[in-house]
Design a binder for this molecule. Structure first.
Ligand SMILES: C[S@@+](CC[C@H](N)C(=O)[O-])C[C@H]1O[C@@H](n2cnc3c(N)ncnc32)[C@H](O)[C@@H]1O
Length: 454
């Protein structure tokens, strides 16, 4: 293990709950923690998972999080690709407490995850909000926004809009969101234990740059929060400049109210006036900081007006679309060029407005491409069990499931021919069209497993 930076260690002397000896020891112990969060939209029976969930220690501040005894090869687990769970760092799952303890989740909410890629917290937020709520999941870096999109699609969510905007572009959406999560880009010291490169890259100058950027992001997005709304601010940095000092600045500059959360002592999280610290020598997780801020000042809400006319499918195309879907699964179909999306819930009233204001790269569920009156189904429909009607499905064994995900030949051709879902233990992996002696594999090329073996 590389030596921890002296200037960081010295700067932490007065940090809330810092114990230098224990902190250094945990960084040299070599211990690595792996945790997963189960997708409640997909997993109704834990027994299908390759982990004996009932024997695993739960991540105590979340409903669906578990610690694994060791890191398995997720790549060669078909259920990972089916979106039945997300591999996520345990401390980060504390966002659940922040949301549950400050917000009435039974209400239809507009939630923004501003710095969202690769999507750990967005998939978590999506599992926590009601189906009538809307999640805008944003990532400023385009290549990362695509990864975010893949992960949201895999999660099988249809109340999410994915945007690729700079925080400043949200300016027109004043008073729009009930909840905003800013999981800010930071200097990354909280991840030193799992990523030695982060130690080499760490510098005081970068901490200073990060805290300026964090202020800029917060200043840009704060007007988009409703009066009484909650902003959750988090980082994976230990530096006070990026954590408590930023919160203090929000209190002074914007009259934000720091909301206290109730903790259980055995969690090991350190509570302070300006937020919660996760020290890896005291919690079972990596370094993390989180604070909840409430807006106390009035904010005029933007009027939801749009002149945009979304295109609907022709009557003759509707039967071709609906044959894939559960009755009344989606309330509106949007056609963009030949691509059909399903919108429902709050998207019906907000979708066009958001298309007008932001750079939307995905919304609702992409159902497929229209070829005359037929729909060629999209991977996103395969990933969303709630939308699917009675669709033929073939359960593959492990080897064939992996071969399917590698886009290689499968050994056991399904008995039934034609379009169907390739599944593993009842969970869809993607589409295939089965012919008498081969299949056409529609698993997206860019997602395929590239490795041949473990
Ligand atoms: C800590 S990561 C987010 C992790 C994510 N929330 C999750 O749980 O998977 C911070 C993200 O902020 C993005 N970012 C970088 N600079 C930014 C900026 N100026 N404004 C907003 N986001 C930025 C990064 O690309 C990165 O994806």
């Amino acid at each position: 293990m590389m030596k921890l930076p002296d200037s960081l260690m010295n700067s932490l002397t007065n940090a809330n709950g810092f114990n230098r000896e224990a902190f250094e020891a945990v960084h040299t112990s070599g211990e690595q923690i792996t945790s997963i969060r189960i997708n409640p939209n997909k997993i109704k029976d834990n027994a299908v998972l390759p982990f004996t969930i009932d024997t695993l220690p739960p991540v105590p501040w979340t409903t669906n999080g578990y610690y694994l005894p060791e890191r398995p090869s997720f790549t060669f687990d078909p259920l990972f690709h089916a979106g039945t769970y997300y591999v996520q760092e345990a401390s980060s799952m504390f966002v659940e407490q922040a949301l549950r303890q400050t917000t009435d989740l039974s209400q239809p909410l507009k939630v923004l995850d501003l710095c969202a890629a690769p999507g750990g917290k967005s998939t978590h937020l999506q599992s926590l909000i009601s189906p009538h709520s809307l999640l805008v999941s944003n990532e400023v870096i385009r290549s990362r926004a695509n990864i975010l999109k893949d992960n949201i699609i895999k999660w099988g969510a249809d109340n999410v809009v994915i945007t690729n905007n700079d925080p400043a572009h949200f300016k027109p959406l004043t008073g729009y969101f009930d909840v905003i999560l800013v999981d800010a880009p930071c200097s990354g010291s909280g991840l030193f234990r799992r990523d030695e490169e982060a130690i080499a890259e760490w510098s005081e100058d970068n901490v200073n740059l990060c805290c300026q950027r964090q202020q800029r992001i917060l200043a840009d997005i704060w007007p988009c929060l409703k009066e009484g709304g909650i902003l959750i601010y988090s980082t994976c940095s230990f530096s006070q400049k990026e954590d408590e000092d930023i919160v203090q600045w929000m209190v002074e500059e914007y009259n934000a109210l720091v909301k206290p959360l109730t903790l259980q002592a055995e969690w090991g999280i350190v509570a302070g006036e300006n937020g919660y610290r996760f020290w890896p020598d005291q919690v079972k997780g990596e370094g993390f900081f989180l604070a909840c801020l409430q807006k106390q000042t009035p904010e005029a809400e933007v009027a939801i007006k749009t002149k945009r006319k979304t295109e609907s499918p022709a009557k003759s195309q509707l039967t071709g679309i609906q044959q894939w879907l559960a009755p009344a699964a989606a309330q509106q179909f949007i056609v963009h060029e030949q691509t059909v999306y399903a919108w429902s819930g709050m998207l019906l009233t907000q979708g066009s407005f958001l298309l007008d204001k932001l750079k939307v790269i995905y919304s609702g569920t992409k159902l497929g491409e229209l070829m005359r009156d037929k729909l060629i189904p999209d991977h996103a429909l395969a990933m969303n069990p709630a939308l699917q009607g009675k669709i033929q499905s073939a359960d593959l064994d492990h080897d064939d499931a992996i071969a399917f995900l590698q886009r290689k030949d499968i050994k056991q051709l399904p008995a039934t021919k034609g379009w169907q879902l390739a599944a593993y233990k009842g969970h869809a992996l993607g589409w295939m069209n089965v012919f008498p002696n081969r299949i056409n594999n529609y698993y997206p090329k860019e997602l395929r497993i590239l490795k041949d073996s473990l």
